[in-house]
Design a protein around this ligand. Structure first.
Ligand SMILES: [Zn+2]
Length: 55
């Protein structure tokens, strides 16, 4: 059996650890990056090994 070892994904969303707002619009992989929440204006970092949950 042939094996594919990568997947494509889009529409990354991160839940703000301050206010719980669902943040979207990330370009590329946000893991390891620092962002400012659009809702509460607080800065947060996405862990570089953050888990990915498939909806
Ligand atoms: Zn927030």
């Amino acid at each position: 059996m042939k094996v594919q070892n990568y997947m494509l994904t889009a529409d990354v969303e991160v839940i703000c650890p301050h206010c719980g707002s669902l943040e979207s619009g990330f370009v590329g992989n946000p893991a390891g990056g620092e962002f400012v929440c659009d809702s509460c204006g607080q800065p947060y970092q996405v862990h570089k090994e953050a888990d990915i949950e498939f909806k």
